[in-house]
Ligand binder design. Sequence first.
Ligand SMILES: C=C(N)C(=O)O
Length: 126
Amino acid sequence: MKDIVHTDGAPEAVGAYSQATTNGDLVFTAGQIPLTPDGDLLGDAPIAEQTERALDNLVAVLDEAGAEPTDVLKTTVFLADIDDFDEMNEAYAGYFGESPPARSAVQAGALPKGVGVEIEAVAVVE
Ligand SMILES: C=C(N)C(=O)O
């Protein structure tokens, strides 16, 4: 059975989706963008800062679902510009410890609200 995850520790959805869904031990997060929980958009900030904001949101959503960053099996990182890969990667590296999840990083061309990065995750609660 699908359950909906919601937390005030991450921004409200900007469209017709849930912050995350779960089914049993599985957690699927929505793509997190650099919005603060209060709704302030950081779309013009450096990619490192945007990445940290998106990942802080992701961690808050995972926490609400009962998952730790170490429970994440796979992330997908969407970049508006793949030339931002190195800066994103450096900021990202601090979040998942010694055994980071599998990851795909792709240039999406354009992202909601004109942001530079969006990150989603799949986790299994241990
Ligand atoms: C920001 C999103 N995750 C969306 O628009 O689907």
